[in-house]
Design a protein around this ligand. Structure first.
Ligand code: FMN
Length: 233
């Protein structure tokens, strides 16, 4: 029988708020979310939606070069108002997205500009970065922006593409431009696939389980080693 004045302890709640241009962050989050749910975590997933979403692939070399320039200048991509679900109470907010020219992507920069203090103040925030390999400036700048908004940034999850250089950089550029480098006779010898590997997706699920178990036990997240061991940054 339920006792008066007592409520059943609810499961820890996690909000995953993300932007993904070419699907890589989406894939990682799908698996991370499975791991969290396996540990009994309530997971809410919300997309950051640009008002005028850039199309992937961009489709040609020149507009791809132009995108590299505007992203280097940290151009904001204006977003739509977030779903009201983001304002609910959560034990953890995972803010996820790609690196764009050593920075957070345009939609995430706009999210922070417009809603940062309201969204992040006094919240525990765990950034997840999907990149081809060059994430340090992104991480450093993002942490400063989030802390300025009043967030507690206690850890990070970073996934780099496992392909070797210089093929990784050439491959990502050509893929964004709309080519299929993995099928090219020359580049395809060294560049087998764009983005994260199946092993990394499996690893994301394990990290989700680790994170979920820690949240369920109220263990501080700063103590966890959440780093990907594959293509270790
Ligand atoms: C405009 C643009 C700039 C990028 N700049 C970087 C970069 O500076 N460092 C890096 O490691 N990856 C960079 N990348 C690669 C992406 O971070 C990487 O492909 C990521 O996995 C994409 O995630 P998404 O599919 O969720 O958008 C860039 C991609 C784009 C589209």
């Amino acid at each position: 029988m339920e006792q008066q004045g007592m409520t059943a302890p609810s499961n820890p709640r996690v909000l995953i708020l993300y932007y993904s241009f070419s699907g890589q962050t989406t894939g990682l989050l799908h698996h991370l979310g499975l791991g969290l749910k396996n540990q009994g975590i309530d997971v809410t997933v919300e997309k950051v939606r640009p008002q005028d979403p850039p199309r992937f692939p961009v489709g040609a070399i020149l507009p791809t070069l132009a995108m590299m320039v505007t992203t280097t200048l940290r151009q904001r991509l204006p977003i739509k108002e977030p779903d009201p679900a983001v304002w609910a109470d959560y034990d953890l907010l995972i803010l996820a997205g790609p690196t764009w020219s050593y920075n957070p992507s345009g939609p995430i920069l706009d999210l922070i500009d417009r809603y940062g203090p309201r969204l992040f103040r006094n919240r525990q925030v765990l950034p997840l970065i999907s990149c081809r390999g060059y994430w340090r400036l992104h991480w450093w700048g993002l942490r400063i922006l989030l802390r300025r908004c009043g967030a507690q940034v206690t850890n990070r999850i970073i996934f780099s593409h496992p392909a070797p250089e210089p093929w990784r950089t050439i491959g990502v550029f050509l893929k964004i431009a709309g080519r299929a480098p993995e099928r090219s006779r020359l580049i395809g010898r060294y560049y087998k696939r764009f983005g994260h590997s199946k092993e990394q997706l499996a690893e994301a699920e394990l990290l989700g389980e680790m994170l979920g178990a820690a949240l369920a036990k109220h263990q501080p997240l700063a103590e966890l080693n959440l780093q990907s061991l594959i293509a270790s940054p």
